[in-house]
Design a protein around this ligand. Structure first.
Ligand SMILES: Cc1cc2nc3c(=O)[nH]c(=O)nc-3n(C[C@H](O)[C@H](O)[C@H](O)COP(=O)(O)O)c2cc1C
Length: 174
């Protein structure tokens, strides 16, 4: 019975170095409704926890020059033992488009590739209009593969972007 209850909720998994992605995850959970979301720091979870959800939201900031946030880096290899067929996933990413415009949100693109490879269905792509960057692994077929956030330069847009994105993904994830 407990298992069925968990399956109805969205599993939100985030990795955050200085708190920006954690903060955005909180806004996303609030916007969806906290009763419908279980939010986890990826640092603290086992692969089985993630595999327990049919609907997932995955968030990472990008570090180094286009690399995964450290806790996602540690978790990433574990995804190879997953069959993610039947799961629907929405991504969000945090990055700094002005200082790291050659690698803006690359981590979101790296995770997207891995989840696709493991069989997941992805929802929640996002337009590139309104961003200034030169290159991003998170752009596929002219759109970001998930919600693009930038707490360093466009923090004032975070709430409205989350609002619009949640409206888009909510009907698909439930
Ligand atoms: C040393 C350093 C490297 C960074 N590298 C990138 C990068 O390659 N691409 C990017 O989009 N943002 C990059 N950023 C920006 C962070 O991703 C951004 O500040 C983000 O909001 C941090 O989120 P967090 O606190 O959740 O980890 C970098 C920031 C720092 C300080």
């Amino acid at each position: 019975m407990k298992q069925i209850d968990i399956m109805k909720k969205i599993g939100l998994f985030w990795g955050s170095e200085t708190g920006n992605t954690e903060h955005a995850a909180g806004i996303i959970a609030d916007t969806i409704g906290n009763d419908f979301v279980d939010s986890y720091n990826i640092r603290d979870v086992s692969p089985d926890t993630l595999a327990g959800y049919d609907a997932l939201i995955i968030g990472s900031s990008t570090w180094g020059a286009g690399e995964l946030q450290d806790d996602w880096y540690n978790f990433y290899g574990k995804l190879d033992s997953f069959d993610l067929g039947g799961k629907t996933v929405a991504f969000f990413g945090l990055g700094d488009q002005l200082s790291y415009g050659d690698y803006y949100l690359d981590a979101m693109g790296i995770l997207y590739e891995k989840f696709i490879e493991r069989g997941a269905k992805v929802t929640g792509s996002w337009p590139v209009d309104g961003y200034e960057y030169s290159s991003s692994k998170a752009v596929v077929h002219g759109s970001f593969v998930g919600l693009a956030l930038d707490a360093d330069n466009q923090d004032h847009l975070t709430h409205s972007r989350v609002q619009a994105w949640v409206e888009q993904i909510k009907p698909v994830l439930f």
